[in-house]
Design a protein around this ligand. Sequence first.
Ligand SMILES: [Zn+2]
Length: 338
Amino acid sequence: MKIRWLLSAVAAFSLLAYLGIWGYSLMFDNDKAGDPLMEPSAESIPEPEPAPLPPPGMRAVPPDSEPVSDSDEDMVRRLGFELSGTTVDPGGFLVLSAYGIEAPEIITVSNPFGVKLHFYQVEDHLSALLPVKFTFDPGRYLLSVEGGGYQESFTITVRDRDFPTQELTVEQSTVDSTIHNESANTEYFSRVQPVKFEAVDRPLWSDAFLLPVDGSLTSAFGFQRIVNGVPGERHGGIDLAAETGTPVLAANSGKVLFADFVALTGNTVCIEHGLGLKSWYYHMDSLNVTEGETVGRGQQIGSVGSTGFSTGPHLHFAISVWNIYVDPQLLLNAELKV
Ligand SMILES: [Zn+2]
């Protein structure tokens, strides 16, 4: 009896010891190859993604830093200044963003492009549009920005871009009543020019910009114009020829800052799309909108005409960042992200 009890006790002890060791192995030997209980399935544990490299201007997380939560991780990754690119054409623009900097007022920019940058709150950061005038010389330029304890310098390459020359023959009476007319110029500069310095403090646009008229391109952006043999102004927009009365659509959503007749550019509309980004429509036959109105992308704002400095029915369509005209083509293919 005693022996049977002893054998049972030994067997029970062995079993417990075995289970104990096995349990111990469960705790510490998880990656043991060939253990069917512990082998992770391919579905349950995906291949780890390689860590993305931070874009220029962003600070990487130091490798020995404490683990952070998802929300903290965003904050750690995206601090300081970020530029959308370091190469630009004359007539192009860049987006300068600031992460982790609360107030636009504390940002100072040393900007070689001769324009003041206006930062606005966009989602979790501040953004400013930086236009490069189409008359800007190609070369390498240094832009420095600092604020909130961050400092960054960017070398920006302005490429060489060839803008062709275009000769125009315009009736002298039209020239005399528009571009060579002092009161027409005074009217434009007193009524239209101030609009270039107004802005809405948030993006109103969505999606890519539309071509406002289904017409044929008769004059491209940046052309050097020679009017009746005399070098005139460079072309700040594109000309789209279409029949009189063809609907002109808002290139994107925004607020109408100007909608009226002026002698120089005829029936004129300016739409602010936010952050100082504007679209311009000249020479229209009629207007469908009024100042202060909000318009949707694709909404009719007028019709094609030949009012102001114009040789025939067409729409002069332009895009500006503040008072600097940029190539409309840059906004037509994809949504601008700021
Ligand atoms: Zn034009």
